[in-house]
Design a protein around this ligand. Structure first.
Ligand SMILES: *Cc1c(COP(=O)(O)O)cnc(C)c1O
Length: 412
């Protein structure tokens, strides 16, 4: 299989890796919460990790494991764990790997709820430094004796900053730090996390992976590049397996089993169906986004367009090296005097909604919504302007997206 193309591998993965019963091409949705053992000793052995199997569907079921196997195959990692949402994946991973007294280096440019989650982490005694990750010197300067990890996003939302992921990955490796990357904006067909030495990737499956705005999910994949024997937070009880599985074992037990934000079996199925067309959808989305960025940047009613595919984007060349496409998120600043709320109300095809990675084109004002809880100063640090609109470009016919903008500008 590994010599085949990405989409070929993807659409045959369920059949070949998970080998569903009866020759089915999809793993069936298994709603059983409990699993019977004919021999009590077998139940004991599964509980103790001596034998593979499912005991209770909060921890695992054939439905979630099937999706985990596909996601791990696409990333080329050593294993994956799915969660009920992207935020559940982030929270469970953070809380199961870090403790009071640890220090993390976080990107200053984070998804709004990852940013607000960080306040909870600080309240639990985890020390955080927020740095401009597009400047590796700032990352290096933030290193402390108790630093455990660097956490950032591939293309930051909403301003689309891109860090030198390869350089940061090498620096993390040299300093035995976990390198955690939120890859939501760049699914595995657009970005090879192992090539930048990522330790863990965290993804909201809700976005491009599932793609149709009908299901929530999240996942963590261990890329297999981090030496867990260097990570002193792994509890003795989870050091029994091969070291490359220590991190995922602790996340699975402490993060998934104990915290309980499990992906539902129906959701796992819906995500794996959405995933089959990932390449078709993201190609069209990236193509539409680049064309729209070019159209918008020369428009007199727009003062700035943020899209890594534009040559004038500060990290355009870096993005070109790192990604096989510039993603579907594009933000814009309207010129002074145009109210973003009034402008959004003029769009008829583009949907005013907070989501991204959908088949439909979406837009929202960011300062007054996602970043409403942040202070004006924090917004400024993140590069979020008051009149900024974030768009997630869909797969509609390009001419119709442009026409919607044209009629909206004309009606102002
Ligand atoms: C949406 C999103 C999340 C959270 O995912 P949910 O599935 O909505 O919980 C995390 N990170 C990024 C970059 C996102 O866009």
């Amino acid at each position: 299989m590994n010599n085949k193309g990405f989409t070929t591998r993807l659409i045959h993965a369920d059949r070949l890796i998970n080998q569903p019963e009866f020759g089915a091409v999809h793993q069936s949705t298994n709603n059983s919460v409990l699993f019977e053992f004919k021999q009590a000793q077998e139940l004991v052995d599964v509980f103790q990790g001596k034998q593979m199997g499912h005991v209770y569907s909060r921890s695992s079921s054939s439905s979630t494991v099937a999706l985990q196997n596909i996601l791990n195959h696409l990333e080329g990692g050593v294993g994956a764990i799915t969660f009920a949402t992207g935020m559940a994946a982030i929270t469970a991973t953070m809380l199961s790997l870090f403790k009071a007294g640890d220090h993390l280096i976080l990107s200053r440019f984070l998804f709004g709820n990852t940013r607000s989650l960080s306040e909870t982490l600080e309240s639990l005694g985890i020390e955080l430094s927020f740095v401009d990750v597009t400047d590796i010197k700032q990352v290096e300067k933030a290193l402390q004796g108790n630093t455990k990890a660097v956490y950032l996003e591939t293309i930051a939302n909403p301003v689309t900053q891109v860090a030198d992921l390869r350089a940061i990955g090498q620096w993390c490796q040299a300093n035995h730090l976990l390198f955690m990357i939120d890859t939501t904006m760049t699914p595995p067909n657009l970005f090879d996390a192992k090539s930048v030495l990522a330790s863990l990737t965290i993804t909201s499956l809700t976005k491009y992976i599932a793609g149709h705005g009908n299901v929530l999910g999240g996942a963590v994949v261990d890329c297999g590049l981090y030496d867990w024997t260097k990570f002193d937070n792994i509890l003795p009880i989870y050091r029994g397996t091969e070291p490359k599985m220590w991190g995922l074992t602790q996340i699975r037990k402490r993060g998934l089993r104990d915290m309980g934000a499990t992906l539902a079996p129906e959701s796992a199925h819906a995500i794996s169906i959405g995933l089959e067309t990932l390449v078709l959808r993201t190609q069209r989305t990236c193509d539409n986004a680049l064309r729209l960025a070019n159209y918008l940047q020369s428009h007199t009613k727009i003062s700035a367009v943020y899209y890594p595919g534009l040559p004038q984007h500060p990290q355009h060349l870096l993005a070109k090296q790192l990604f096989r496409g510039f993603g579907g998120v594009l933000s814009l600043d309207l010129v002074e005097g145009i109210d973003p709320i009034a402008f959004l109300d003029q769009l008829k095809l583009v949907i005013c909604a907070t989501h991204l990675g959908d088949t439909r084109t979406l837009a929202l004002p960011v300062a007054s919504t996602i970043y409403f809880e942040c202070s004006a100063e924090q917004r400024k640090e993140m590069g979020v302007n008051d009149n900024m609109i974030r768009m997630s470009i869909g797969i509609e016919d390009f001419e119709d997206i442009v026409a919607d903008f044209e009629q909206a500008f004309a009606s102002l």
